[in-house]
Design a protein around this ligand. Sequence first.
Ligand code: HEM
Ligand code: HEM
Length: 203
Amino acid sequence: MSRTRSKPYQPLLLRLLHGINALLIFGAVITGFFVYDSWDGRFGRLSLSQANRSLIDVHGTFGFFLFFIFIIFFVYCIRSGQKRLVQSDSIKKLTLVGKPIWWYTLHRIVNTGTLVAAMLAVVSGKFQDENWLPRGELNHTWYYIHLISWIVIVLAIAMHLLMSAKVGGLPLILSMFDKNYRPADSPTQWFQKIGSWLRRPTL
Ligand code: HEM
Ligand code: HEM
């Protein structure tokens, strides 16, 4: 979170997981659009590509890797990144309209919304069948849920970027892509932390 004047710092593990997760989601959003545009197109189409099975395979591959990365990112967010998500007093703070804390609260709610939107896309993706579209089966409930999840995640990411820009500006956005890390945040420390967690696991 951005603090007055000091440069925002994001834990290295967050930057890594968030970055890989975001790349895979962008890949799934783009290839998912191509799949819809070529095989379906009932709600409007750009006809950018021909219906072809390898498009579905490429999308499925993004989805396949995203599934695992998303689970790890999700666990990180609800455990170590908890303070960037919705808080128990968020509703109360939403009454302080226009104050800085109001924007931070909205930012955390939007972060949580983005996480939930991604979960909807990933879970509904798992219920897709790669043969539905080639067989012309366009009316499966899970397919509609998956299509809706495309719109939801695109809107959520747009809000997420706007809110990040609003509360922390460019320094906050760039902090998510910074290559430097503090010594205490070094990957060598992760093994120690995992080791001590394994000796005394806490949920
Ligand atoms: C209009 C948009 C979309 C369409 C038409 C679409 C279509 C499909 C189809 C046909 C499959 C089955 C592919 C296969 O099993 O090989 C699939 C799987 C999947 N999709 Fe999408 N998708 C869309 C958007 C998205 C988005 C936005 C995400 C995530 C952010 C996503 C994540 C997944 C996942 C996780 C799978 C499961 C892959 C697996 O493990 O087998 N999809 N999608
Ligand atoms: C290039 C695109 C993106 C940028 C620039 C970006 C930027 C950021 C920034 C700056 C933060 C830190 C907020 C803070 O410290 O207050 C953040 C956190 C977060 N972002 Fe993104 N984000 C992007 C894409 C995504 C995507 C695709 C997702 C999908 C799930 C996502 C989910 C999250 C979540 C859940 C958090 C909170 C993490 C935590 O709980 O520790 N972001 N993002």
